[in-house]
Write a protein that binds this ligand. Structure first.
Ligand code: GDP
Ligand code: MN
Length: 346
C-alpha cells in the first residue's frame, strides 16, 4: 500500500484517514429508477459496495413513480450491506402542475423533437428533472437522513474509498459535493437564468456572502456561462434543499413553467442554487473517487494516488481538465491548487 499524504489544498484525503471513520452520519444512497433499470443497477451497486459501502453499511433508498417489483426489491436488497428501502413517488411530485398550459407544452416537445434536442420530446424525462429538482427529499423515506449520495444506473466508481465520505461532509461543513462539471445545452434552458435573476431581485437575502457566482457567470451575473455540476452524482446535504432559500427558489422556477415549456434539467437548477445560496467552501470537488457515467470519466491523474487506491481507469480519459469541462474554472475561481501536470490532461 502506498501511503498518500493528505494535502488539504489538493483535496485528496489520506488513504485510511482515521479522522473520517468511526461514528456514522445519518446518510443514505438514493436512487431513482424504473423496474427495467435493475440490470443497469446491479453492477453499479456492486461497484459502490465493493469500493465503499461494504466498509460503512449505509442505507439505500430506491424511489420509483411506479411500484417496484418483488424481483427488483429482492435482488438489490441482496447486494446492499445497509438497509434497502423502496418508495413510490406521490402523484403530485410526478405530474403536470395545474397551471401548465398543455398545448404550449406539447408544442415545445414537438419543436424540440424537430431540433433533435436530447430528451426534448420526452414527458417522463421532464417529470424526472422536476422531481430531482424539487421533490426527492420530500419523500418520507428520506426524512430521517441528513446527507445523501445520488446514484444512477450504469455508473461506477474507479477507486477505493477508504474514508467515510458522509462524515467528511459533515465534519468539514460541506453541503454539496460533485465529481464532474460540464456545460449545459443552452437550448434546454433559454430562460432559466432570466428567471433566476428575477428571483434574486425579489430575494437578495438568499445570496450567500462568499457565493460562487463567478463559477456560473463570467460577467458578474448578466449571463449564465452554462457551467454546472453533473447531477447524476451528488453527495449533498438534504437540509440544503429543505431550507428556505432553495424551497422558495424551486417554487419560483416551477411556477415559471420552464420544466415543461423548456426542458430545465435538475443539474443546472441544483448547481445555480449551490453557487448562489452556499458559501464557496461549502462546496466540494471529490477529485479522488474515480467515476464513470456515460460518456465521461473522472480518473485521478496523480499516479501515486491511483495506485494507492486501486483505481481501475485511464488518466487520459479524465474529463476534469478538458475543454468542455468546468473543472479548470472551478479550481481557478476558488483559488484551489490543481494537481501537478494537470495541463498534460487538457
Ligand atoms: P441521463 O443520465 O440524463 O441520460 O438520464 P437517465 O436516463 O440516466 O435518468 C436519470 C435518472 O432518473 C436515472 O436514475 C433513471 O433511472 C431515472 N429515471 C429516468 N426516467 C425515469 C422514469 O420515467 N421513471 C423512474 N422511476 N425513473 C426514471
Ligand atoms: Mn444517467
Amino acid at each position: 500500500i502506498v501511503d498518500v499524504k493528505y494535502d488539504p489544498n489538493f483535496k485528496y484525503v489520506k488513504y485510511n484517514n482515521p479522522e473520517y471513520s468511526g461514528k456514522k452520519v445519518r446518510a443514505t444512497f438514493v436512487t431513482l429508477a424504473r423496474n427495467k433499470d435493475l440490470e443497469g443497477l446491479l453492477p453499479t451497486i456492486k461497484s459502490l459496495e465493493d469500493r465503499f459501502n461494504s466498509k460503512f453499511h449505509y442505507d439505500w433508498v430506491f424511489l420509483n413513480d411506479d411500484e417496484f417489483t418483488d424481483t427488483f426489491k429482492r435482488t438489490v436488497s441482496a447486494m446492499i450491506s445497509g438497509e434497502a428501502k423502496f418508495g413510490v413517488i406521490p402523484k403530485e411530485h410526478w405530474s403536470f402542475p395545474s397551471w401548465i398550459d398543455q398545448d404550449r407544452a406539447k408544442k415545445v416537445r414537438e419543436e424540440m423533437k424537430e431540433k433533435k434536442i436530447i430528451y426534448g420530446d420526452s414527458i417522463s424525462y421532464r417529470h424526472m428533472c422536476r422531481f430531482e429538482s424539487g421533490f426527492f427529499w420530500r419523500h418520507p423515506l428520506l426524512d430521517e437522513y441528513e446527507f445523501y449520495w445520488r446514484v444512477e444506473p450504469d455508473v461506477s466508481l474507479h477507486c477505493d474509498i477508504d474514508y467515510d465520505i458522509f462524515r467528511f461532509m459533515k465534519d468539514n461543513n460541506k453541503k454539496y459535493g460533485f465529481t464532474i462539471s460540464i456545460k449545459e445545452y443552452v437550448a434546454t434552458i433559454p430562460t432559466l437564468w432570466k428567471t433566476t435573476t428575477e428571483f434574486m431581485q425579489l430575494h437578495p437575502e438568499f445570496l450567500a456572502k462568499d457565493n460562487m457566482l463567478d463559477f456560473v457567470s463570467d460577467d458578474e451575473g448578466k449571463t449564465y456561462n452554462l457551467c454546472h455540476f453533473w447531477s447524476n452524482f451528488e453527495i449533498a446535504s438534504l437540509d440544503f434543499w429543505r431550507g428556505d432559500a432553495y424551497t422558495q427558489y424551486f417554487e419560483f422556477l416551477d411556477n415559471a413553467g420552464g420544466f415543461f415549456y423548456e426542458r430545465w434539467g435538475d443539474a443546472p437548477v441544483h448547481s445555480i442554487a449551490a453557487s448562489l445560496f452556499l458559501n464557496r467552501d461549502e462546496v466540494h470537488h471529490f477529485g479522488d473517487l474515480g467515476y464513470f457515467h456515460n460518456p465521461f470519466h473522472q480518473c485521478p491523474i496523480d499516479e501515486v494516488f491511483r495506485l494507492g487506491n486501486r483505481c481501475a481507469c485511464n488518466p487520459k480519459d479524465d474529463f476534469t481538465w478538458k475543454g468542455y469541462s468546468c473543472g479548470t474554472k472551478y479550481y481557478d475561481v476558488n483559488k484551489l491548487k490543481k494537481p501537478e501536470n494537470w495541463e498534460k490532461f487538457k
